[in-house]
Design a protein around this ligand. Structure first.
Ligand SMILES: [Zn+2]
Length: 398
């Protein structure tokens, strides 16, 4: 019989203190317990209890975290960054299995219990990235739920053989079909999207497309994505990542796009970037769209920034969108928790009886105060097992 755990004196979403009883990796009840009857007690010391953070967009295969500092002198265009990265992997000795495990440990230490990772597929490196991250997914299955997006980072139609590699990755066990800037990368938006939606249909898998295209061009690609999502009856199974075009300064046009995205059941991922136009968070949520967030690349050949802390990500979302009211800060926290879980179709996610005991404790007077204070997380729990304490993972990685 599995052990019963009582997480005592915790405040779900910063509200009234209570106890959470956990059995067989699930929440059995959320109510004060007077008689522990031999259960194992973990004292929450009044901390705020949230369901585990969901890192819904990152690139585990190519983080340089834990490796010697890589001086960044790369150009500023997308193609320069992509080419530099593809050419640097061997020179830097980047091992996708080792590096993805290092980032998983960092994520868990910061309270994440679920990760969606885009993983590069190209004709130079083949499926090395996917195989490496799959090894990490298996090795650390008891500390993180990890979902792999087969991602054609260097383009798909412009590099012959990439489509076949994507197909192979999905057969091997990648869970999601990735895509990238249908107009500006492959210069063939319909061709690009036809392949992606075709792969999704063939393998019965969802889609997550990087869409950096700005303004009218991005809106055009977005329209094509909406049309195909409807035609393939994929409501709830398509995410558009970044969607910078939704930050375009045309209030009415953006309103129409948001309404159509909501009606088509398409999710939006935003990192709350400081340097690009991006989806207006509250307006996007109010349109009825599921919004998730992520760290994107962490200390990689693109960017030296990032720390896999989704609570800090809520700060970035808040600052980018001028979320000053406590109620709005809570909405940013919902983006990095329930929004991510919904976008990834995670079942039994939450703080109710019967939900999986994927939990994080955060110190703070109120939820908003906890967000802005950036303290270490006292505890991360995965399926009822404590996997991190005070900002440190309780397992070793190379
Ligand atoms: Zn990305």
């Amino acid at each position: 019989m599995s052990e019963t755990i009582i997480l005592k004196n915790v405040r779900p979403w910063g509200e009234t203190a209570t106890d959470v009883t956990i059995e067989a990796g699930r929440i059995r009840s959320v109510s004060a317990v007077a008689q522990p009857n031999g259960a194992k007690i973990i004292d929450g010391e009044g901390a705020i209890l949230l369901p585990g953070f969901v890192e819904a967009h990152t690139h585990l295969d190519k983080t340089l975290y834990g490796m010697p500092w890589n001086p960044n002198a790369v150009g500023s265009t997308l193609v320069e960054k992509i080419t530099n990265e593809r050419n640097s992997k061997a020179r830097l000795g980047l091992d996708p299995a080792r590096q993805s495990a290092r980032q998983v440990a960092l994520s868990v230490a910061n309270g994440s219990t679920h990760i969606r990772s885009h993983v590069d597929i190209d004709t130079e490196h083949g499926l090395k990235g996917v195989e490496g991250v799959m090894a990490t997914r298996e090795k650390y299955a008891d500390v993180i739920d990890l979902e792999i997006v087969a991602f054609p980072q260097s383009g798909m139609l412009i590099r012959q053989g990439t489509r076949e590699l994507m197909d192979e990755a999905l057969s091997l066990g990648a869970e999601v079909v990735g895509g990238l800037d249908p107009c500006s990368m492959d210069l063939d938006p319909k061709g690009h999207l036809n392949v992606i939606f075709g792969l999704a249909e063939k393998h019965g898998k969802p889609i997550d497309i990087h869409l950096h295209e700005l303004g009218e061009l991005g809106a055009f690609s977005m329209r094509l994505i909406i049309d195909r999502t409807r035609a393939h009856a994929m409501a709830g199974k398509v995410t558009v990542s970044h969607a910078f075009c939704l930050g375009h300064n045309d209030y009415l046009a953006i309103g129409r796009l948001l309404d159509d995205l909501a009606e088509a059941g398409i999710h939006i991922m935003t990192t709350g970037p400081a340097g690009y136009p991006c989806p207006p968070l509250i307006r996007t949520l109010d349109a009825g769209i599921t919004v998730c967030s992520g760290s994107d690349g962490i200390r990689d050949c693109w960017s030296p920034y990032g720390n896999a802390d989704m609570l800090e990500r809520a700060i970035f979302l808040g600052m980018r969108n001028d979320l000053d009211r406590d109620a709005d800060i809570r909405r940013a926290v919902e983006v990095v928790t329930v929004g991510g879980a919904k976008a990834m179709n995670v079942e039994r996610y939450g703080l109710a009886a019967g939900d999986t005991a994927d939990l994080v404790l955060i110190d703070g007077e109120t939820l908003a105060e906890a967000v802005v204070s950036r303290r270490l997380r006292p505890l991360t729990m995965k399926r009822g097992k404590v996997v991190a304490r005070n900002g440190a993972a309780l397992f070793e990685v190379d």
